[in-house]
Design a protein around this ligand. Sequence first.
Ligand code: SAM
Length: 279
Amino acid sequence: MINEIWNGDVLEVLSKISDDTFDMGVTSPPYNKKKNKSGILVKDIDYSDIDDSLDEDVYQNQQIEILNQLYRTIKPGGSFFYNHKIRWEKGVMIHPMEWISKTNWTTKQEIIWDRKLAANIRGWRFWQVDERIYWLYKPRDKKDYGKELMSKHALLTSVWYFRPEMSKLRVGNHPAPFPLDLPLRCIYSIFDDEKDKFIIDPYMGSGTSAVACKFLGHNFFGIDISKSYIDFALNRIDNLSDDEISDMKNEMSLHIVRETYKEKKEKKKNKEMGQSKLF
Ligand SMILES: C[S@@+](CC[C@H](N)C(=O)[O-])C[C@H]1O[C@@H](n2cnc3c(N)ncnc32)[C@H](O)[C@@H]1O
């Protein structure tokens, strides 16, 4: 299963995988958006093999089951990054924590993804430009809060600015791909320059998470219900474009420390000493 994408239903495939298989994961599920959310700026999300239209309670129960299967198959000490968004049904807000809080995962952080693009242009509420990324954690024991991120990653803050992926050359006719920076940032921040980790994306789509894994020297495992998306993704992974590589290098170049904590302290001390000499 290393560096493969399996065609099938996510729950059916996950149920065949042994406990503690993966080092981490990242994904974006279908959002159960139904067919009534189009606006001038954004078209209906139309997947090739599902209609993304369940009763909301059925959808949430499925997501809980899937997240718990992911919890089982990720190693203790492993992280899972789950991209979702706030939605409304009949004017009532639905927040992803409504079901995430019912899973086995410990929620480490809610990251705001500012897409700089509104999903509709009506005035029922302020234009929604954000999605969310939940950093979920599987503790080794009750006192395990996980390792600290290195400061070059943590300094990127909890608001991420990525434009949605628009290039058909990269993602074919997939209607809802990740921008490449998103899985790259998650994976690079967790493993830094370590290599050879095993990373799952249970809704692999156009293969974006696998592209990030390959670039960073990790192995991937993916699942998707659509054979045509899988065929596209496998070809994409084998033929990374210069353009994609340049975007990923660019994202990595943002993970830097301009001034270390030690340097900051030193600077403050020197400033205080300078001032005390004046008096
Ligand atoms: C939001 S998209 C993921 C896009 C992906 N992150 C990318 O960058 O292309 C969700 C994907 O889940 C797949 N999918 C939907 N329902 C599924 C199911 N029950 N089992 C497996 N895959 C499913 C769809 O075919 C779609 O490609």
